[in-house]
Ligand binder design. Structure first.
Ligand SMILES: Cc1ncc(C[n+]2csc(CCOP(=O)(O)OP(=O)(O)O)c2C)c(N)n1
Ligand SMILES: [Mg+2]
Length: 573
């Protein structure tokens, strides 16, 4: 705020943006400075908003998205114009796909020049480019509209199905000044940003009737269920009905993975056999084989009935018919089901739960055998056994996970015990979320983070180890170093160049962390890995463990080989 003897007090665009964010409880911004937002980042800091600066905007955007998922408040990413904006855009699109609330705020160049395409510094029509990739996109041209712009962005990000929002702030806006009192009045404190949406009573009854008649019921928990923070209601519903459940990867830990009703260890059996499936915040996309085909029992699939809890009415019937859509927020829908169960609800038939238990036991002992092996060179199993045990002993730790084999094996081997403790590549299977998610997890929760990273996956955001060191965050990165993408044994048949999936052999990723003052370990055995992890958790220092993994242990694309075009073609011949 500025004033002198001859003028009324004024407030500028910089401060209106900052005040609008603060008024709405936003205390942290993830970003990367430069024209025209460097001063905004400084002034934010001066006004008590934490500015966490990254080395690449995509990581800052990923951090904002993860913060949104963990807190139900929109995570804010701040970037410069054109290239910085584009770098942040992948994270914005990924957040939208995953239903994480975030707002990408980018500075932009002179509208008059951009729109006439006269070649301004970092010229780009950012609003038009962002619009198809997010839930909503806004531009503010007048300082007096900043309050509305921020309020609309917050509402759009968190209400209904959460997602990404783009907010365009042209450079000229920041230096515009308006009367300070009018400026304060123009700010909006958003009331009830994500209103509850109660399901209709007849929709609840329809769902209960279907569930009551089920002989082989199944509940699938998606990351929407984790986001909803309706943990007690969801657990009560599962335990009261005795229905076996499957958590999608980021729903792991909503109930402890060791829970008796978890059917994860016999996923293919329950998906193929279940007759009524209750989806809670889980979409029937590719991760659930679109609700049809071989995974869902082939011929059986057509007789299966779905109940779908989702906040978006257009989600139902996206892939297969939904017999009982239950539209509303997850907390309200699950509570309504609980209320409708009454006193005498018959739990899931013993024939079904018994068949599951039998298969589960068998699969779990097979897995235990695999995990107990101690091969000469560490493989995914022997390394993940160590991490599984460390997470069990430290259930408050947050696990971040990306890669192909490193992802697939970690997802099934590392049990989670508490809600929202697992962050991963989500709906798109995107590489590059690792360090951004890890930073946000550490900053928003203050808990230790273990990032389980394929060596390729890590490379997408690896420079952010400097960010981990700069903010001295309790993040332990474990790089599963198998010398390449999927494995390190590929050779180029012509012999005149490296294969596309190969990396430098025996690289020492731990040295990267040491370069910035963090702690590095090289671990070639389970015992070394365990010691390094224990040291990292005890010290709370940024740590990188280079875990040496058998370079021949992985398979192409981990477990999604079937999506490869050439494999599909090969099957036909
Ligand atoms: C942004 C992006 N680029 C490329 C891919 C394709 N991709 C999937 S997994 C993967 C890396 C797998 O290698 P690594 O992380 O080393 O895991 P490993 O299987 O070796 O354990 C890549 C490049 C992707 N999913 N996302
Ligand atoms: Mg690898």
């Amino acid at each position: 705020m500025t004033s002198d003897a001859n003028t009324t007090p004024q407030i500028d665009g910089f401060h209106l943006v900052i005040e609008a964010l603060k008024l709405n409880g936003i205390d942290t911004v993830y970003g990367l400075p430069g024209i025209p937002i460097t001063d905004l980042s400084r002034k934010m800091q001066a006004e008590g908003v934490r500015f966490v600066a990254f080395r690449h905007e995509q990581s800052a955007g990923n951090a904002a998205a993860a913060a949104g998922f963990l807190t139900q408040k929109p995570g804010i990413c701040l970037t410069v114009s054109a290239p910085g904006f584009l770098n942040g855009l992948t994270a914005l699109a990924n957040a939208t796909t995953n239903c994480f609330p975030m707002i990408l705020i980018s500075g932009s160049s002179e509208r008059e020049i951009v729109d006439l395409q006269q070649g301004d510094y970092e010229e780009m029509d950012q609003l038009a480019i962002a619009r198809p990739l997010c839930k909503a996109a806004f531009r503010v041209l007048h300082a007096a509209d900043i309050g509305v712009g921020i309020a609309r962005s917050i509402r759009s990000a968190v209400s209904g199905r959460p997602g990404g929002v783009y907010l365009d702030l042209p450079a000229k806006l920041f230096s515009q000044s308006i009367d300070a009192a009018a400026g304060q009045r123009s700010l909006i404190k958003v009331v009830d940003a994500a209103p509850k949406q109660l399901p209709a009573p007849e929709a609840v009854q329809r769902a209960l009737d279907l569930l009551k008649g089920a002989r082989r019921p199944l509940i699938v928990l998606g990351k929407g269920a984790a986001y909803a923070q309706a943990d007690d209601a969801i657990r009560t519903l599962i335990e009261k009905t005795g229905i076996p459940y499957l958590p999608m990867s980021m729903a792991k830990g909503l109930l402890p993975d060791t829970h008796g009703q978890s059917a994860s260890a016999t996923r293919s059996f329950v998906l193929a056999e279940a007759d009524v499936v209750l989806l809670i915040g889980a979409r029937l996309n590719w991760l659930l084989s679109h609700g049809k085909g071989k995974t869902w029992g082939g011929a059986n699939a057509s007789s299966r009935q779905f109940i779908q809890i989702d906040i978006s009415p257009t989600e139902a019937d996206s892939n297969v018919p939904i017999a009982a859509p239950l539209i509303g927020d997850i907390g309200s829908c699950v509570s309504a089901l609980l209320d409708g169960l009454g006193e005498h609800w018959a739990t899931a038939p013993a024939e079904w739960t018994g068949a599951i238990a039998e298969r589960k036991d068998k699969n779990l002992s097979k897995m235990a055998e695999l995990l107990a092996k101690n091969p000469q060179v560490m493989n995914f199993h022997s390394a993940l056994r160590v991490i599984r045990d460390v997470v069990k002993a430290n259930p408050e730790a947050i696990v971040v996970n990306e890669g192909a084999n490193t992802l697939d094996f970690a997802r099934s081997i590392v049990d989670m015990y508490r809600p929202r403790k697992r962050l991963d590549v989500g709906t798109w299977g995107i590489m590059g979320i690792g360090m951004g998610f890890a930073v946000a997890a550490a900053i928003t929760t203050g808990k230790p983070v273990i990032a389980i990273e394929g060596d390729s996956a890590f490379g997408f955001s690896g420079m952010e180890v400097e960010t981990l060191c700069r903010y001295d965050l309790p993040v332990c990165v474990v790089v599963f170093n198998n010398n390449g993408v999927y494995k390190g044994t590929d050779v180029n048949p012509r012999g005149d160049d490296m294969a596309p999936t190969q990396f430098v052999k025996s690289a020492r990723y731990d040295k990267m962390m040491e370069a910035f003052g963090g702690v590095g370990f090289n671990a070639a055995t389970p015992a070394e890995l365990d010691a390094a992890l224990q040291a990292a958790l005890a010290s709370g220092r940024p740590t990188l463990i280079n875990a040496v993994i058998d370079e021949s242990a992985g398979t192409e694309s981990g477990r999604i080989t079937s999506l490869y075009p050439q494999h599909a073609a090969a099957r036909k011949h």
